[in-house]
Design a binder for this molecule. Structure first.
Ligand SMILES: [Zn+2]
Length: 109
């Protein structure tokens, strides 16, 4: 397990990390999970994350000093969209945003 990610005690399918701002909308992001609910491996540099507040794709940068997120560029997006599961996750997130525009998708809120 990477030193920057720790499993959430009651939900091991969620990894917690230091709070970061979404590089698109500045929403506070502090967890990572897989769309299929499986136990995730800690993100590494180049892994994608989908902000559920603004439904934009960001890219993890993981180094010895910590974790950062940057906006996905055109090259990143072509890689992201080349995986069918990513396309499905993006569509689902967009649908949730449309149906619950002001609501949170975090069941703890
Ligand atoms: Zn965002």
């Amino acid at each position: 397990m990477s030193e920057h990610f720790t499993p959430q005690p009651d939900e091991p399918q969620v990894l917690r990390h230091a709070a970061l701002s979404c590089p698109w909308c500045a929403t506070r992001l502090d967890s990572a999970a897989r769309p299929d609910g499986s136990i995730p491996t800690p993100p590494v540099t180049g892994d994608f994350t989908l902000c559920l507040a603004c439904v934009n794709v960001a890219v993890f940068e993981v180094g010895p000093l910590g974790v950062a997120l940057r906006q996905a560029n055109e090259h990143d997006m072509s890689l992201f969209l080349s995986r069918r599961s990513n396309v499905r996750a993006l569509r689902l997130a967009r649908r949730v945003r449309r149906e619950y525009p002001g609501g949170s998708v975090d069941r703890h809120e």
